[in-house]
Design a protein around this ligand. Structure first.
Ligand SMILES: NC(=O)c1ccc[n+]([C@@H]2O[C@H](COP(=O)([O-])OP(=O)(O)OC[C@H]3O[C@@H](n4cnc5c(N)ncnc54)[C@H](O)[C@@H]3O)[C@@H](O)[C@H]2O)c1
Ligand SMILES: O=C(O)C[C@H](O)C(=O)O
Length: 328
C-alpha cells in the first residue's frame, strides 16, 4: 500500500498536482487534505479510471489523512501577491508548516516529506526541526522542491538556443529557492556557448521567473500549473526510487546536508550551511548521494557568493522558529 497525502490539495497547486498524481500507478491511495473543499476535489478525482483510491479530508481530518502515509507533499499556505517577496509569506506559512510537520511526526514518522510551500529556504528547516523535536528526523527523507527552477531553466535555455530540446536539456540549479539564492549552473550544459549578455538575461529570468508569473497573474497568486508539473515530476521520481527501486534518478533539490555527511563535509565547513539545493541521487531510502558541487565558472562562483548570506539568514529564521521559543 503506497499512500500519498497532498496537504493543501484544494489549492491552486494542490488540484492540478493531485490530478497529475492520480495518473501514477505507483500510488494506491491518494489522500487529499485541505482546510477547505477537499471532499469535493477528492470526489471529482475519484471518478478517474486509474488504480488509486482517493479520499478527501477536511479541517479536522489531518490525522486521518496522514495515518500510515508513505509520502506527504505540502503545497499548503498562502502564495505571493505583486510586491511581496517569498520571505514575506513566512509570517503565515511558518505556522502552517509547523503544524503539518507535527502531523507527520505523530501519524507517519517514516514518511518522505516534500515541501513546496514558500519560503522553501525556511520551511524545510522548520519541518526538520519539528521532526528532530519528536525524535523522528531522517535527513534522507525531507526535500524542498526546487524543481520549478530546473524546469524553467530547461525551457528558457531552449528559447535562447533552439537547438536545445527543453525536455532533454538538464540544468543543475544549486543554492535555494528565492531570487539571488537560485544559482543555475548553465556552464555545465553540454555544448553551450552563451554570451555574457545571454547569461545575464537567462540568469535573471531563472532567478526571477516566479515574479514574472506573480506579475502576470496580477494579484491572483503565483505559479500553480507549472509548479504542479514540477511537483509531480519530483514526487514521481521519489516514488520510482523508493517504491519501484529505480536507480540513477537525479534531481536538484533543497536538502539538509547531513543526509550525506561525507560528501558534504568540506562544503559545510567552508560555508557553515546546513541546507542547500544541489543534485541529489535517489535510492530506496530517499537521498542516496548528494553530488559534490559541479565545476563553477567565475560567473557562477560570483552568483554563489552572492547567494550564501541570504540563504544563511533564511535557514536561521526557519530553524529559530522552532528552536527559539521567543520567536513564536
Ligand atoms: N516551491 C516552489 O517552487 C513553489 C512554486 C509555486 C508556489 N509555491 C508556494 O506554494 C504555496 C501554495 O501556493 P498555491 O498557489 O497553491 O496557493 P493557494 O492559496 O491556491 O492554495 C493553498 C491551499 O492551502 C490550503 N491551506 C491553508 N492552510 C492549510 C493548512 N493548515 N492545512 C492544509 N491546507 C491548508 C488552502 O486552503 C489552499 O487551498 C505557496 O506558499 C506558494 O508560495 C512554491
Ligand atoms: O514566485 C513564487 O512566489 C512562487 C514560486 O516560488 C515560483 O518560483 O514560482
Amino acid at each position: 500500500m503506497v499512500k500519498v497525502v497532498i496537504c493543501g490539495a484544494a489549492g491552486g497547486i494542490g488540484q492540478p498536482l493531485s490530478l497529475l498524481l492520480k495518473q501514477s500507478d505507483l500510488i494506491s491511495h491518494l489522500a487529499l487534505f485541505d482546510v477547505v473543499n477537499a471532499p469535493g476535489v477528492a470526489t471529482d478525482l475519484s471518478h478517474i479510471n486509474t488504480g488509486s483510491r482517493v479520499t478527501g479530508h477536511g479541517k479536522e481530518g489531518m490525522n486521518e489523512a496522514m495515518k500510515g502515509a508513505h509520502t506527504v507533499v505540502i503545497p499548503a499556505g498562502v502564495p505571493r501577491k505583486p510586491g511581496m517577496t517569498r520571505d514575506d509569506l513566512f509570517k503565515i506559512n511558518a505556522g502552517i508548516i509547523r503544524d503539518l510537520a507535527e502531523g507527520v511526526a505523530k501519524n507517519c514518522p517514516g514518511a518522505f516529506v516534500l515541501v513546496i510551500s514558500n519560503p522553501v529556504n525556511s520551511t524545510v528547516p522548520i519541518v526538520c526541526e519539528v521532526l528532530k523535536q519528536h525524535g523522528v528526523f531522517n535527513p534522507k527523507k525531507v526535500f524542498g522542491i526546487s524543481t520549478l527552477d530546473v524546469v524553467r531553466s530547461s525551457r528558457f535555455v531552449s528559447e535562447i538556443d533552439s537547438s536545445m530540446d527543453p525536455r532533454a536539456t538538464r540544468v543543475t540549479v544549486i543554492g535555494g529557492h528565492s531570487g539571488v539564492t537560485i544559482v543555475p549552473v548553465l556552464s555545465q550544459i553540454p555544448g553551450q556557448k552563451f554570451t555574457k549578455e545571454q547569461l545575464d538575461t537567462l540568469t535573471h529570468r531563472i532567478q526571477y521567473g516566479g515574479d514574472e508569473v506573480v506579475k502576470a497573474k496580477d494579484g491572483a497568486g503565483s505559479a500553480t500549473l507549472s509548479m504542479a508539473f514540477a511537483g509531480a515530476r519530483f514526487t514521481n521520481a521519489i516514488l520510482e526510487a523508493t517504491v519501484a527501486g529505480k536507480t540513477g534518478l537525479v534531481e536538484s533539490t533543497y536538502v539538509n546536508l547531513s543526509a550525506d555527511p561525507e560528501s558534504t563535509a568540506a562544503f559545510r565547513a567552508k560555508t557553515g550551511l546546513d541546507y542547500f539545493a544541489q543534485d541529489v541521487e535517489f535510492g530506496r531510502e530517499g537521498v542516496a548521494h548528494i553530488r559534490p558541487l559541479p565545476h563553477l565558472s567565475d560567473y557562477e562562483q560570483a552568483l554563489l557568493d552572492a547567494a550564501l548570506p541570504e540563504l544563511k539568514v533564511n535557514i536561521a529564521k526557519g530553524t529559530a522558529f522552532i528552536t527559539d521559543n521567543s520567536k513564536i
